[in-house]
Design a protein around this ligand. Sequence first.
Ligand code: CAA
Length: 387
Amino acid sequence: MSVPLYSPSEEHEMLREAVRALADEKIAPRAAAADENEEFPADVYKDLVAADFHAVHIPEEYGGAGADALATVIVIEEIARACASSSLIPAVNKLGTVPLLLSASEELKTQYLTPVARGDGMFSYALSEADAGSDAAAMKTRAVPDGDHYILNGTKSWITNAGISEYYTVMAVTDPTAGPRGISAFVVEKSDEGVSFGPKEKKLGIKASPTRQVILNNVRIPATRMIGAPGTGFKTALATLDHTRITIAAQALGIAQGALDYAIGYVKQRKQFGRPIADFQGLQFMIADMAMKLESARQLTYAAAAKSDLAMHGTPVKDLTFFSSAAKCAASDAAMDITTDAVQLLGGYGYTRDYPVERMMRDAKITQIYEGTNQIQRMVMARQLLK
Ligand code: CAA
């Protein structure tokens, strides 16, 4: 498998510095309270919109910043280093809108990407259901034609930023006899009659990002809100994940970097047996392993981002699916290990909410689960290798 050359440009590095400065000043100080109160950080959203970091991937023709996939990864990484929940603002805006970028009509793109780029509304992605998680094609939500409209009924589950987002990409069955080829994708608006939301899930981590059901009760929407042709919704959903699993990898990298940076600062300061605990080789080896795992996952993620860019611009990239799953899997497994070790390095303090590493460890866990569990990622990788 060949990896295209990529190298972060001077602009990428300047972008990283700008996002880190904003994250250090405005996001990190609010992260613990947002987690504790389980409140969506509306003030962080405003700051991200003001800096144009809330949906950087949207192309310039729709009023966006037109950032490439690597720049988007860097933005998400740097926000996640301070607060994983906040990093779901740019990440989920990307997840919700990539189906449009890949498959929607020009009218639909203009209608919905423009307000997201302006910061007038966020965009969520509604694929999963209570009985259709890993087996996403087993969904039951129906969309039935009614003249030049469709009527949607069903319940989508575990939808990130549900209730806050104005717009939703909803996958629904239009032909129940056709399996995955009978699924279509639609844009649903929060304000559409018949749309409501379940209670907030009580989660282990990413507590400041609401996860709720999206309940569709006779929601009548114009047929022009279908993304692409009838029956192409499942392919669009999976093709989207080929691009956005890379953004979950970015989130995992950011969480891990936050934990590693904090742990390094701590071990240099904390004294036991009359000297800083950083002097002990056992801990030095832990720090080295943490950084090694992080940097390996980062290089894989950046390579995957380079492939995502090529694919987005029309170059066929046969191994994008492999790279995307591999990056997500490697980065999230690394983040879980690194954050767990960071808690270990802080000892009893690490286990308390007075220090940020326990939040980072809780937040890291979701990156091994959403956008496809890491078991599904391994299945996807194996299928690509064996076909
Ligand atoms: N791109 C485009 N099309 C693809 C594709 C891809 N990467 N992978 C498969 N397809 C196509 C196949 O070619 C097939 O099309 P044809 O019938 O025309 O041949 C169709 O899609 C069905 O494919 P499969 O037969 O492989 O489908 P499957 O049901 O056996 O398996 C799966 C699919 C890989 C297991 C998939 O269901 C999957 O990825 N599951 C995990 C679900 C997931 O990731 N959910 C994430 C929810 S979003 C989320 O978590 C967001 C959040 O909160 C932040």
